[in-house]
Design a protein around this ligand. Structure first.
Ligand code: BTN
Length: 332
């Protein structure tokens, strides 16, 4: 019987077991379906066990996948993806400076729409407005997606930051926490930051070359993993839920949600995204202080404009904020 390469077959066996969920699948079924000998199936199961997969052998019935290692590699991620574009090509690393930098380089070199860069550890993670993004290795999720919007003029590219905020907020809600969005795209739980998004663009006057959306989510960070000055301001899924989350599953859910909202935006424009953003907002109706390049202002965040700008009612009238840092003042 002809056999595909060992690594490819291993992944096929894993996919087969993953798709069966809690069910036991017989060695014979795997061997028939994948065109492998029974000995080859056994060899791949052993190899997967060696990599940390728990696969139970159920006497005279077959195999059952019981647990997957908490790693962000193609082998763990691929069986969990149900996207059409996002993550179909995965670049998985143990360590990188910044996934955004890597995604930008790949995009400049011709990477396709939907390619994803993910790493276990960033040594130079970047945040918005020149800040850094620090995250303990192996506990959280840091990834960047290359997007090539077909009909989006460069002036509308910032809309994708709102698209990403809604998508990440939904993935977190799906994971069981009451997440909300602080303008433009911080995701908070109980007033503390759980996720940040950095969107970068390459364009000429009338055409977007690429947009890179970089997402950092505190998944399994413990309080002691945050620097002391951030402990009151940052949280994680683990802290909020009291139990660790499987990171590969969470990353797959983020990509599904991002693709879903990207498609809605491509089809329906910004209006449905703005509506969803408002429904998830923890900013609107709040007293805010906003730091912009032109200075600081305080007032009430009243709404988003049709282009996503934040409208703040100040003593001097309503101001439109296109870019800046918002601090929420006074608890509700
Ligand atoms: C912010 O809140 O300021 C944005 C933080 C964005 C962090 C993510 S982690 C993955 C990607 N790579 C980076 O260097 N930054 C983004």
């Amino acid at each position: 019987m002809a056999e595909p390469g060992a690594a490819g077959s291993e992944e096929l066996v894993l996919n087969f077991l993953a798709e069966a969920g809690d069910e036991v699948v017989s060695g014979e079924a795997i061997s028939d379906k994948l065109g492998l000998t029974r000995a080859a199936v056994w060899k791949h199961v052993e190899a997967l066990r060696g990599q940390g997969y728990r696969i139970d052998a159920v006497a005279s019935r077959g195999y059952r996948l019981v647990a997957v290692p908490d790693r962000l590699r193609a082998l763990e991620l691929r069986p969990l993806l149900n996207t059409h574009d996002l993550g179909q090509t995965l670049h998985c690393h143990d360590e990188l400076g910044s996934t955004n930098d890597e995604a930008r380089d790949l995009a400049d070199a011709g990477a396709e729409h939907g390619e994803v860069v993910v790493t276990e550890r960033q040594t130079g993670g970047r945040g918005r407005r020149g800040r850094s993004w620090v995250s303990p290795p192996g506990r959280n999720v840091a990834f960047s997606v290359v997007l090539r919007p077909e009909a989006l003029p460069p002036i509308r590219a910032p809309e994708l930051a709102l698209v990403a905020a809604v998508a990440v907020c939904d993935a977190l809600r799906h994971a069981g926490v009451d997440a909300g969005i602080k303008w433009p795209n911080d995701v908070l739980v109980g007033g503390r930051k759980i996720a940040g998004i950095l969107t970068e663009l390459s364009a000429e006057t009338d055409r977007v070359h690429w947009v890179v959306v970089g997402v950092g989510v505190n998944v399994n960070a413990r309080p002691e993993d945050f620097p002391p000055e951030l402990r009151g301001e940052a949280t994680s899924l683990l802290i909020e839920r009291g139990e660790a989350a499987p990171r590969a599953l969470f990353l797959a859910a983020c990509l599904t949600s991002l693709e879903d909202w990207y498609d809605r935006h491509a089809e329906g424009g910004l209006a449905p995204v703005l509506q969803a953003w408002r429904e998830r907002s923890v900013t609107l109706g709040r007293q805010v202080s906003v730091r912009t390049d032109e200075g600081e202002l305080t007032g009430t965040a009243v709404d988003l404009d049709a282009d996503g700008a934040l409208l703040v009612e100040t003593a001097a009238g309503v101001r439109r904020i296109h870019s800046g840092d918002v601090a929420l003042l006074r608890p509700r």
